[in-house]
Design a protein around this ligand. Sequence first.
Ligand SMILES: Nc1ncnc2c1ncn2[C@@H]1O[C@H](COP(=O)(O)OP(=O)(O)OP(=O)(O)O)[C@@H](O)[C@H]1O
Ligand SMILES: [Mg+2]
Length: 280
Amino acid sequence: MVRVIGIVSAKGGVGKTTVTANLGAALASKFGRNVVAVDCNLTTSHLGLYLGVYSPLYTLNNVLRNEVSLQQAICEHASGLKIIPASLGINDLYNIDTNNLRKKLKNTFSQMDVILLDSSPGLGREALITLQTSEELIFVTTPHIAPIVDITKTRQLANQMHKKSIGIVLNRVKNQRYELTAKEIEQLTNLPVIAKIPEDENALKSTNSKVPLVSMSPKCLASRAFFKLAADLVGEKYYPKLGLVDRIVNMFKRNTLKRNNRAGTHVPRFAVSGSSHTLR
Ligand SMILES: Nc1ncnc2c1ncn2[C@@H]1O[C@H](COP(=O)(O)OP(=O)(O)OP(=O)(O)O)[C@@H](O)[C@H]1O
Ligand SMILES: [Mg+2]
């Protein structure tokens, strides 16, 4: 049975599209799953751009106007990931009907394993498309208080809609002392942190090169975290095989992160339970 998983966060720019592209590419290329990633961010769509799909013949917007079928809007990526891009044109925002999107997706992709929905930020009408269409949700955040407060709001909405919350992907982790830890985030949100993706310059390079990080630099720490997330999501095992040089490079990066941590200024931690700061 195909799973429909929304990649969500009310805060913008925390890494939803990066997670969608890399999780999708990891599932397809490393674990042989049939995955389609759908750009549900209709006003500021980036998924196609991140994966090198610039001028698709048809987009989700055409599908939502009942002009073409979902099959006709599929673009294939070299990783094996299928993409339904959204339009980059402002005029394509009119006359779209998002009702029944889940039914359409599940009917069209019934033979696939996973449908990933890349959400727009916010909690307005556009973000609701992903929340309504998904059956399960992965929340994305950076280790800072504002996006985490926004996650608690999104979670409340998701609970009202009876969606299953899988957990949180903690992205752009620099291991600085001012960052909230995974444990603190779990206590604040009552959700498990299912992956920690380090801050990695390669992520920015991959966005600009239109190649997912897991394809461009499969051995870097961030890619390994994406592979582990993908494995856990579908119940596979992941044991990275690294040569000596890669192990030394990764050790060097880890030590740099640790040094940053030691050099960071101390800030008071958030009280996470039994206090007025509790967000649960
Ligand atoms: N782990 C990371 N390390 C470094 N840069 C990252 C990482 N993850 C994402 N980025 C960068 O952060 C920026 C925002 O990422 P992304 O577009 O995925 O966020 P988003 O949540 O989808 O944004 P929006 O809410 O606008 O849709 C991009 O430039 C991306 O390359
Ligand atoms: Mg995005």
